[in-house]
Design a protein around this ligand. Sequence first.
Ligand code: NAD
Ligand code: UDX
Length: 466
Amino acid sequence: MKIKNICCIGAGYVGGPTMAVIAKQCPNIKVTIVDINEERIAAWNSKNLDNLPIFEPGLAEIIEETRGKNLFFSTEVNKAIDEAEMIFISVNTPTKTYGKGKGMAADLKYIELCARQIAKVAKQDKIVVEKSTLPVRTASAIKSILDNVGNGVNFQILSNPEFLAEGTAIQDLLSPDRVLIGGDTSTKEGEIAIQALIEIYSNWVPKERILTTNVWSSELSKLTANAFLAQRVSSINAMSEICEKTGADIREVSKAIGMDSRIGSKFLNASVGFGGSCFQKDILNLVYIAKSYGLNEVADYWEQVIIMNDYQKNRFSDNIVSTLYNTVSGKKITFLGWAFKKDTNDTRESAAIKVADNLLNEQAKIAVYDPKVVEERIFADLDDLKTRPLEENKSLLTVESDPYLACKNSHAIAILTEWDEFKNYNWEKIYSNMQKPAFIFDGRGILNKKELEDIGFTFYKIGSGK
Ligand code: NAD
Ligand code: UDX
């Protein structure tokens, strides 16, 4: 079966880049990305590519190449569903904020809405692909809705989780370590659906990197991958505190253990704590699934990854307060970076949010500079915590578009994101305009300790002992 028409529901951080790359690599397939958020679709269609809703290196170039040719952004969800032979569901699956499983389970209401809409609209057989990250066995719920609400047409469900990381999404999509496809191999229709999706990826992904499994393994592999990755960060962050107490250096330790091929060198950077929309949400979901099967020890094991991460964020802000003579009240502290990692404008679950909230509780005055995050987003992030009214946040925190201005008259600078440009600042100039003693708290370990100490800074680097 040759797919000619694809629809993707959800024009977010996954739907946008993923479908843009499919459109680029498969010029004969028409790809339509739909979303109920009109503003977001308008931004995807904006003439000025600086106004795309998502910043990802290399994305704007692909949008320019494909948009209006075989890639389309639209709010006409029904029309796109009707026209497509294959429908990707790429909507958000946030942590539930209400009812049973509140604060732990994945909220599947958007997924169910999509399934119901597909069922209502479809007049021909469709292949429905789970692209969103979902709890294991969600495909059976989707199948049940499609079969019970639908017009008697045949639906095949595939699981095709996305492993891209933000900031490197295009590179990850163009050259994935693997593509995972879960499907029903016990029926002919299931095999045909799997082959149809394999054929799409085969346009640019080597066959040996396309892995097929049963649906449940595919769904669970995505949660497992994120749990393992986050666990590495929490493990290295746990060691970072031991380094600080003992005089070891976490970067030397990371290098030493990473050279063991069984451990590997990637994902061993100590930090102020992991953020992003996936790690916390997916581990909480895994913990909830384990508990729902009565597997309490398994649940506790994975929950510790989150506990360690929360501790690392609080430890960072506590250290700032205690180093600044136990009071930051009325003192200006500059945040360099607000995004959860470099090369993205995404701030979801960024460590900066919790660190700022802790320092605002101590009545610090915070100035933030981030090269890609806009002011409204920063205040919205703080507002979401509901710790204090918006006006109070606005009176305590300012957002600057010039890093030198952001650092002027500060008592301390905190590095919250590892943006490359921070390494190349004129640190002598920054030092001369700061209050003395001038402190730097490097939560990403990107600055050179000796150079900064030579200038006169009192320098703290995460995971670096005295
Ligand atoms: P997102 O919030 O950026 O985008 C989701 C979009 O879906 C939103 O624009 C929303 O308006 C739209 N939407 C919701 N319900 C809809 C409906 N009924 N009809 C049409 N549109 C609807 O989310 P995201 O970051 O792209 O994540 C999507 C999924 O992919 C999640 O399950 C996430 O866990 C998973 N994932 C995310 C990443 C990542 O790096 N962000 C990586 C891998 C997997
Ligand atoms: C993650 C997974 O990597 C990706 O496969 C999945 O599809 C979505 O979730 P993402 O959250 O976009 O991707 O970025 P990632 O590079 O994994 O970083 C997550 C967080 O961990 C960031 O805050 C990052 O700064 C932090 N991190 C990562 C560290 O602190 N140290 C590291 O060594 C690596």
